[in-house]
Design a binder for this molecule. Sequence first.
Ligand code: NAD
Ligand code: GLY
Length: 360
Amino acid sequence: MKTLTVNLGERSYPIHIGAGLIDRAELLQPHIPTAQVMVVTNETVAPLYLQRVLDALPGRDTATLVLPDGETYKSMDSAMRVFDELLTLRYSRDATLIALGGGVIGDLVGFAAACYQRGVPFIQIPTTLLAQVDSSVGGKTAVNHPRGKNMIGAFYQPQCVLADTAVLSTLPDRELSAGLAEVIKYGLIRDLDFFIWLEANLDSLLARDAQALAYAIERSCINKAEVVAADEKEAGERATLNLGHTFGHAIETGAGYGAVLHGEAVAIGMCQAADLSRRLGHLSEDDVNRIVSLLRRARLPITPPAALSTQTLLDLMAVDKKNLGGKLRLILLESIGRATLPTSVDLELLRATLDEYGRN
Ligand code: NAD
Ligand code: GLY
């Protein structure tokens, strides 16, 4: 097992990464400062892993809540279900929430924990690659609004993150690829050596080689933890973690939540960001081809659904948390391994990119 730390002073916490961690009571128990615990998961993950987590919580007053599966359930209605259950059970502030699942469950449960009685502790047990390398670390919690992804949320850090690499064995191939999009993102924004490692080792990752996966998760979490420690509330560098996300969120919202997976939308968005970076003279044609080729090899899409026109995407991109004073700002690439801070872009160049990547 490897343990990393997210350094945030008094709110620092560990990320444990390794095979077979979800029923290691000694990893969980020190981070549960309360008698009452509620494990929240979904109907896909519950039959696979819920009992093992419960077995690691002996002697606690433990409840469970199993929600429907899917991005459409990352909603205020689902948050209300969590609050209803906590209140029905008369759970007080003396309760810890455990999020067992992918990024949907992690974001939702983190948001519920931030709000319930103005904040109760919570733990992340991420079960998708995407959640292990990205969403469970850093304290961004949210639910979606019909008009925009993650528009209702809070920064709220977990007590610990338990990334059990063995649970990835049951993950569908499409979800593994979606997670690889966020892994590739770290190489693109700040870690050229990792990008080169990914080019050399992508086939091992797709074949779920345990060592390769553990290395990719660890290296991704090191990158994420460094960025979060430097800029927890996204005043600067943290925004670079959103490479491709402004495009991606517009695609997710436009296609209808769940139709294009988050990681798939980010992959398309990273191609668009790379193309725009080339138009601005930062990247060469070869750089763009290298990026697109790695994403393709990861079995990720590189263009949005045909039904999403350039104008539809532009309208949806106008609702983004990085925008300031009504002006669109995007994360672009200065080179492979180096991202820009949010940058205002020329609308005609952006249109050209969206036209180019809408046609294929
Ligand atoms: P997800 O939570 O929908 O999980 C994907 C699918 O895999 C679901 O059907 C789930 O039930 C299933 N699943 C989960 N673990 C499994 C396992 N071990 N075996 C078999 N099936 C399993 O999707 P995701 O890709 O994990 O997360 C996407 C969400 O994360 C989006 O809402 C996105 O906005 C959010 N996100 C948040 C952050 C952040 O910083 N908070 C960062 C990136 C993404
Ligand atoms: N996934 C973006 C962030 O955590 O900031």
